[in-house]
Design a protein around this ligand. Structure first.
Ligand SMILES: [Zn+2]
Length: 249
């Protein structure tokens, strides 16, 4: 009976926390929407570039902008928007190549698959070992992925097996992978994992594996976890004080 009461109390606490988080998100979104709307309203006939700036600065979705403009009886230069979008994407690709190397040896299909798998591995380690896990680095080739992390306690073989099971479950679940370019503070608030040694710019790219994993990363990644295929952790070793290394392929 006591157990029951405790459990339901915990559940209520969880529920409340979830509701608070959702409400905060909604509030943030509404604020952005308001700000964007005000700017949009001031524009008489926005150019594709202006719509893109709105999109970039306020995360104002293109579809929504289009709809609002249509309501006002306006249209914008879609080609120019797409051009700006492409320019921006290339720019963030170039800068990310310098800033978030991510230990990728090349950008072959297999390397991209393995790199995406490291996001699952990273989160799965948190799930099993706990929040004290810190990524130390990764090195990925078309042959295998290597992932280094610190942990105050040595993970058991059983724990590593569980980590492998989680990764493969997430792959099987066919989770979509997406990204957002958002202010660094916002990304940290979201709980996105960052690489603590890295110095990040004000705007960061955060990759989401569904709602399972959030990580500061430049990419590239597969679009859906199903593309990764089976992951086998074939080696786990201690390489230093509190420092561990995982090999998988
Ligand atoms: Zn990544």
């Amino acid at each position: 009976m006591l157990k029951c009461t405790k459990a339901s109390t915990f559940e209520d606490e969880d529920k409340n926390e979830i509701i608070t988080i959702i409400n905060e998100e909604i509030g943030r979104f509404n604020k952005t929407l308001e700000r964007g709307l005000k700017i949009l309203e001031k524009m008489d006939k926005p150019t594709g570039k202006q719509v893109f700036d709105l999109y970039q600065s306020y995360g104002f979705p293109k579809e929504l902008t289009e709809e609002l403009l249509r309501e006002k009886g306006f249209d914008f230069d879609r080609k120019q928007f797409d051009l700006e979008f492409e320019k921006h994407r290339n720019l963030s690709r170039t800068s990310s190549a310098g800033m978030f190397k991510g230990g990728l040896a090349d950008h072959s299909e297999q390397t991209i698959k393995y790199h995406t798998a490291t996001h699952l591995l990273h989160q799965a380690l948190f799930d099993i070992i706990g929040n004290s896990v810190r990524q130390e680095g990764s090195h990925i080739t078309a042959e295998r992925l290597r992932f280094d992390f610190t942990s105050p306690t040595k993970p058991t073989e059983k724990m590593i097996e569980k980590v492998e099971q989680i990764i493969n479950k997430k792959i099987k679940n066919e989770i979509p992978v997406s990204y957002k370019i958002i202010p660094k503070g916002e990304a940290l608030k979201l709980g996105a994992k960052s690489f603590f040694r890295e110095k990040y710019p004000d705007m960061v790219k955060v990759y989401f594996v569904g709602d399972y994993s959030k990580e500061f990363c430049g990419g590239p990644h597969v679009r859906n976890t199903k593309e990764i295929g089976h992951i086998d952790i074939y080696k786990f070793e201690k390489i230093g004080s509190n420092l561990y290394r995982i090999y998988a392929k």
